[in-house]
Write a protein that binds this ligand. Structure first.
Ligand SMILES: [Zn+2]
Length: 288
């Protein structure tokens, strides 16, 4: 569509693209919230989004899509992706057709059904080849800022984790070795996961996480602080040990903890977590 190439890519241009897509591919979809389309921020991996608020369906697309280097079909494909969500009842006020917006490849199937399968494929292929360069050239400042931020984050956590008197990696492994047999793991048997301290972001509020793929349980770095009761550390470790051996339901985990006589530790830990953990994080987090 050469006529669109000469006009600048502004909001009016985006509105025109949505209008064309709607008329040619989505006109049978019932009208939900009226659609507002805008350029959002520059982003590395997020190309578009749709959200329904105050009776309006807001579609945003990556600011980099305003660059003439990005083919129009790539912009169209992202807009069509969001319109598929709209048709499925996400951000549109229409009845929801699916529980999850993406699971089962429902968006891709929708695009296929509406004659946009080829556009989807060539857009994916273009991004695969060119997106990294477009992003790299235009967002050098963002790339640098992110790298600098990561470095600063690591430095602050390193300083926190190496404070004298705190719990160490060896402490953690020692506790795991003591707890495992109590939960039915044989002494010479390989444990289901390794343990480590997590350099948590302020959004990671759980005291521990299982990284299933790397068979690693990470405990929040703040738990190295000895003002956090030992029961909290033990409970987090025992919880994952029990869960790996007896099933994911709390009932199964709890009965395993009771059998191992760890129920009072569990109770102490859960109470501390409820009453003290949020405040402790707010006061002591190295990234706060
Ligand atoms: Zn999506």
């Amino acid at each position: 569509m050469p006529e669109t190439e000469t006009s600048p890519r502004d909001t009016a241009w985006l509105e025109e693209r949505v209008k064309l897509l709607w008329e040619n591919h989505f006109s049978d979809v019932p009208q939900g919230y009226p659609i507002v389309v805008r350029f959002g921020t520059r982003a590395q991996r997020r190309f578009g989004s749709i959200s329904g608020r105050n009776g309006v369906s807001l579609i945003t697309v990556n600011m980099l899509y305003a660059l003439p280097d990005v083919p129009v079909y790539v912009v169209d494909e992202t807009l069509a992706h969001e319109l598929a969500h709209y048709a499925h009842g996400f951000g549109s006020g229409l009845p929801r057709l699916y529980v999850d917006p993406h699971r089962g490849g429902v968006v891709t199937m929708e695009l296929e059904k509406r004659g946009l399968g080829e556009v989807h494929r060539i857009a994916e292929a273009w991004r695969e080849t060119h997106w990294g360069n477009v992003y790299g050239e235009c967002c050098d400042d963002l790339v640098q800022r992110r790298a600098a931020k990561t470095e600063a984050t690591n430095e602050r956590w390193d300083a926190f984790l190496s404070r004298p008197g705190g719990r160490t990696q060896a402490d953690l492994e020692h506790r795991l070795d003591l707890l495992a047999p109590r939960l039915g793991y044989k002494f010479d048997h390989e444990l289901p996961f390794n343990v480590g301290w997590l350099r948590a972001t302020t959004r990671q509020v759980s005291p521990s996480y299982l990284l299933a793929r790397s068979r690693l349980v990470e405990l929040h770095g703040l738990l190295t602080d000895r003002r956090v009761p030992a029961a909290v550390v033990d409970f987090e470790l025992a919880y994952w040990l029990a869960r790996q051996a007896y099933g994911t339901s709390w009932k199964a985990v709890h009965s395993a903890l009771c059998a191992a006589k760890l129920d009072s530790i569990a109770e102490e830990a859960l109470q501390w977590r409820k009453a003290r953990w949020p405040g402790f994080r707010a006061r002591n987090h190295p990234l706060r």
